[in-house]
Ligand binder design. Structure first.
Ligand SMILES: [Zn+2]
Length: 392
């Protein structure tokens, strides 16, 4: 059994629709099997083209639906028509305000948009069916060309299977607008479409602007007076002081909670500041973390050994290295020398028995920073409080 056709080719190879004004004495042919078909325009049944009783046509209703939808749309596009082809789009995706209205007031977020509007927006002027999408290996059901000739628009008809993901990805990546539509015949035998997927860059922007403007136009008169009041009010000095005081107090709380302070330490850590002290004419092979330095003796002469978790190694040319450490430190900090004598040898000449370095002990450094910060904040707090008191 063969299915009903809504369109057929005439003798001049033009696709004609059953709704067109058709001449009964002309011949019409099935687009699929090329057999001659006859016009059925009764009063009860839907108008259609019908195969002869002994037809061998194997076209399924799906094949026919796909074919008819594709050619119908391509023709609408080529004629720059499409005012009667209406698609329903969910505008909530583009206009958050609509979603709010939908949730609070049950307002419909779907908007009916005609094919004509889309054709117009993308400046389309012609179309072909079953064409290769430029710079790809994919075939589109319909390619519509823009009047600039450099851009185009793709339409896919989804009857039995939707477009492959790679094809859709290609369209997205190349910023090629497309519509993927599910066709169906309505009760009157007219073809209609449900939007299955789409990419219409920029198309919905004016809708968003329209809704935003409408919102503002409605809101402004409602809040006009309070807005003017707000604009007139000057934030006075006292208020600023109160805000500053609040800021300092919340900062102090953060310092007390250690959270801010640990953030500072973490930030410092990221800089991994190191300085290398190295003997001349030497090559570094690896580094290990020093655990302690011990003094050893060789024939009564002391020498130093550095211990790491893995090794115990002689510190070479320690006096040269010591000089370098002191030189390095002198460029940045104050160093005092501790002058004195060896205990029990008071007749000995005075000498340098040590150094006082103008840096806090590393273990105390974090506490020192915390204390300095606290003092500074206390100072600010007092100043703001004093100013506020003076104003009363
Ligand atoms: Zn046929």
């Amino acid at each position: 059994m063969s299915v009903k056709l809504h369109c057929a080719y005439d003798q001049r190879d033009n696709l004609r629709y059953i709704g067109d004004r058709l001449e009964k004495n002309l011949k019409y042919f099935c687009p699929h099997c090329k057999e001659e078909v006859s016009i059925k325009k009764g009063t009860i049944r839907e108008h259609h083209f019908s195969h002869k009783p002994n037809s061998n046509c194997s076209a399924t209703s799906e094949t026919i639906l796909h074919f008819e939808a594709k050619h119908y749309l391509a023709e609408q596009i080529a004629n720059l028509d499409g005012e009667e082809v209406i698609f329903s789009f969910n505008l909530g995706k583009y206009i958050p305000a609509l979603n709010v209205l939908n949730k609070k007031a049950g307002i419909n977020v779907n908007s009916n948009i005609s094919l004509y509007e889309i054709i117009h927006f993308f400046r389309i002027y012609n179309s072909t069916v079953e064409a290769i999408i430029p710079e790809s290996k994919y075939i589109a059901d319909i390619i519509a060309y823009s009047s600039s000739g450099t851009s185009y628009f793709v339409v896919e008809i989804f009857v039995s299977h939707e477009s492959d993901k790679p094809k859709i990805d290609h369209l997205f990546n190349k910023r090629i607008p497309y519509l993927e539509l599910i066709p169906f015949f309505d009760d009157s035998g007219k073809i209609q479409f449900t939007v299955h997927g789409y990419y219409l860059p920029g198309f919905f922007d004016p809708y968003k602007g329209k809704v935003d403007n409408a919102f503002l136009e409605q809101l402004y008169p409602l809040y006009e007076n309070s807005l003017i009041e707000m604009a007139k009010r000057r934030i006075d000095e006292e208020e600023i002081l109160k805000l500053k005081l609040l800021a300092v107090q919340s900062l102090k709380k953060d310092v007390e909670k250690d959270s801010l302070y640990s953030e500072v330490i973490t930030a410092l850590d990221e800089y991994s500041m190191t300085t290398n002290i190295q003997n001349e004419m030497t090559l570094v092979e690896r580094t290990e973390i020093l655990e302690e330095v011990i003094t050893r003796f060789y024939s009564n002469s002391p020498y130093l050994v550095g211990k790491t978790s893995k090794s115990s190694l002689v510190i070479r040319k320690e006096t040269q290295m010591f000089k370098k450490i002191i030189d390095q430190l002198l460029t940045q900090i104050n160093i005092s020398v501790l002058i004195g004598k060896t205990m029990g040898q008071e007749e000995q000449k005075e000498g340098i028995i040590g150094f006082e370095l103008g840096i806090p002990q590393p273990s105390q450094l974090s506490k020192a920073i915390e204390k300095a910060l606290e003092l500074k904040l206390d100072d600010y707090e007092r100043r703001f409080e004093k100013k506020l008191m003076g104003r009363k």
